[in-house]
Design a protein around this ligand. Structure first.
Ligand code: C5P
Length: 396
């Protein structure tokens, strides 16, 4: 949980400084106390007033006298911070930090804090690739700074290249991951499956389902944010790849089975949130099937039951999407697949199930305990599921 945490957000003089508004906004909305420090150069790009309005807190700029009472107060903030993130970070601030120079409020804060420091570089490709910058980044990494690698894309010069500030989702994801270190799933190896598998009919057509992958991705991210080492085995989805997670992409049920078998031996927990196709065409045509007046009949066969057949020393969690007799059907699956618990989902309920951002589920465990949860955002459902995982892990 990141609410009630205190973050220092350092902003330096890059055109990407405006993107820090989104970081400040998302963190503030998540209940984080965001204290912004801006370098002199940063305020040439964006006004401190903007951050003051977004965070509801005074913004420290390097226009203040370092000897002032305010700066001393700020050093105590450095001590109280749970995390310091500099986004965007210029080559200049990276060089100063690598050299340990106490020049300016931001450098002083980084020197004074014991909290983890994250750096999201943003600069021209040649500056980023320059051995001096790379050496500086290596030095910082060696001192346990977390470097959030820049992306490739349009740069201030108008050219395409490496050096663009990392995607905001990746920055927020990295912050969540670092804040979650030492959480209640620390060092646990958790494998999560997500999305709807695609079973080919021919080179361009497939059979699939309406699964969006949102539930599985929410579980993977929530586990990451509680300290787990997560492998996400995902069928195709339109969701962005989460940071800090080992993502394995698959298409078919057969590929998913292989990926689960590869990951399972070292797993502490397997959560199958994927909507695995139950049937697939017996044969996928090599060439695109032509349209004919007589129509088309497909012969189908069952896909391997991944969850039912996988064995090992891990907590096994399944999902069941049901349109009738929810509890009865879910109980049957729980038994058949020898699960520790199952998360049953009434797909006829509104705003629940496939494609939605919310879910209403019932958790049934192998001792018969039934837990009816209210309609919740999928991320909150994920945390409730993980609460049960923690319970089971403590018993195992
Ligand atoms: O398809 P069914 O309703 O039986 O799915 C229930 C659970 O079994 C889900 O957790 C799903 O991921 C898993 N499953 C599986 N292999 C299949 C079909 C479903 O592991 N072939």
């Amino acid at each position: 949980m990141i609410s009630n945490k205190t973050i220092i957000l350092g902003i330096t003089g890059s055109i990407a400084a405006y993107k820090a508004t989104e970081i400040a906004s998302q963190l503030t909305q998540a209940g984080v106390e965001v204290n912004v420090i801006m370098t002199k150069e940063a305020i040439e790009f964006i006004s401190p007033v903007t951050f003051r309005a977004i965070t509801g807190k005074p913004v420290v700029t390097e226009m203040f006298d370092l000897a002032s009472e305010f700066s001393i107060e700020h050093i105590s903030l450095a001590k109280a911070a749970d995390i310091v993130i500099i986004a965007p970070a210029t080559a200049n601030i990276i060089a100063k930090l690598a050299a340990g120079i106490a020049d300016g409020m931001l450098c002083c804060t980084v020197l004074a804090t014991k909290a983890p420091v994250l750096i999201a570089p943003a600069m021209e490709t040649n500056m980023y690739n320059n051995p001096a910058t790379q050496d500086n980044l290596s030095k910082l990494k060696a001192r346990n700074f977390v470097i959030i690698a820049p992306a490739t894309g349009r740069l201030a010069s108008g050219k395409e290249g490496l050096g663009r500030l990392a995607d905001i989702n990746d920055i927020i994801g990295s912050i969540r991951q670092v804040l979650g270190r030492g959480g209640d799933l620390a060092d646990k190896d958790i494998v999560v499956t997500a999305g709807g598998t695609q079973e080919p009919i021919d080179p361009v057509r497939y059979i699939s389902n309406r699964s969006s992958g949102k539930m599985g991705y929410a579980l993977a991210e929530a586990a990451r944010d509680r300290g787990a080492k997560v492998t996400l085995i995902t069928a195709p989805t339109s969701l962005p790849e989460p940071v800090g997670i080992n993502v394995v992409k698959v298409n078919t049920a057969q590929e998913m089975r292989q990926a689960v078998e590869n990951a399972a031996p070292q797993a502490d927990v397997l959560i199958m949130a994927a909507a695995v196709a139950d049937y697939r065409p017996t044969k996928a045509a090599k060439d695109k099937i032509k349209k004919v007046e007589a129509g088309l009949t497909l012969e189908m066969e069952c896909t391997p039951d991944i969850l039912g057949s996988i064995k090992g020393n891990f907590i096994k969690v399944g999902f069941a999407a049901e349109s009738s007799n929810l509890v009865e059907n879910a109980r049957e699956k729980l038994k058949q697949k020898r699960l520790d618990f199952i998360v049953a989902n009434d797909i006829t309920a509104s705003d629940s199930g496939f494609g939605t951002d919310t879910n209403q589920v019932t958790i049934i465990d192998h001792e018969g305990k039934i837990d009816d949860l209210p309609l919740l955002p999928k991320r909150e459902v994920a945390d409730k599921v993980l609460d049960r995982v923690v319970e089971f892990l403590s018993k195992s």
